[in-house]
Design a protein around this ligand. Structure first.
Ligand code: ZN
Length: 238
């Protein structure tokens, strides 16, 4: 999970996938059973080779095996829509145990372990049709993380410096300090809080939610805005 989580309203979503049969992710090898079912997901045509869609239960298992997952997923009825992998699974033993209890085969478990442990993979939770809008946003968001993680040092530093300067001012702002110290009630507040706590979230969230930070960057940080635009263009679903 680490830094790259895209939160969304997930009410009712637990009814989505049952077991590990209705799989909609791109298989690491053509012989896998999953390559047949990927066709059923209307977003599969947008996926690049490092991008996967996994069933709700599998993504939940990953959240439960991650240090930051369960807390985040259980607060305010939110879950994560996707993640950009930066490291190995925090508790792979627990992940395997949950998948096994859900009826996944050894082959499925091994594929999922590989998918969730490969740096720069983007893994998305399979969502029902009514959440399509979130799916596109989540994919954009995680692609922004991927691109940002792979920027050159110079550009990355510009983003960090920009974030520090903006946040120095924000910490003195009443609205923002309230968000930091209180339980977040709205999606927008949760986004603001994440952006305040992690520089990595600033540009990815700019693609999906308009806050005053967008205006500040356009006005005062043209170089960062250019980096953002280049990344956004590449992250778009085509
Ligand atoms: Zn993120």
């Amino acid at each position: 999970m680490k830094k790259s989580i895209a939160p969304l309203i997930m009410a009712g979503i637990m009814t989505l996938a049952s077991g590990c049969t209705n799989l909609g992710y791109k298989s690491p090898d053509d012989n896998s059973a999953y390559s047949q079912t990927i066709k059923n997901n209307k977003f599969s045509k947008y996926l690049k080779k490092n991008e996967f869609i996994v069933p709700d239960k599998v993504f939940s298992a990953y959240e439960n095996a991650s240090r930051t997952g369960p807390t985040y997923a259980n607060s305010n009825g939110n879950g994560c829509a996707g993640t950009c992998i930066e490291d190995v699974i925090d508790d792979e033993g627990k992940f395997i145990e949950i998948l096994s209890n859900n009826g996944c085969s050894k082959k499925e478990i091994s594929d999922y372990c590989k998918i969730f442990s490969t740096k720069d993979n983007i893994v998305l939770r399979e969502l029902p049709d009514e959440y399509s809008n979130y799916f596109e946003k989540a994919l954009m968001h995680e692609r922004m993380h991927y691109l940002q993680n792979n920027l050159n040092e110079n550009d990355m530093q510009k983003i960090k410096d920009c974030w520090s300067k903006i946040m120095d001012k924000k910490y003195n702002n009443q609205d923002y300090s309230n968000i930091l110290s209180n339980e977040c009630k709205s999606h927008e507040d949760r986004v603001k809080k994440e952006v305040m706590l992690k520089w990595e979230e600033m540009l990815p969230y700019m693609t999906t939610i308009e806050t005053d930070i967008n205006e500040i960057i356009i006005k005062d940080y043209p170089e960062v805005y250019q980096i953002y635009n280049n990344m956004k263009e590449e992250a778009e679903l085509k």
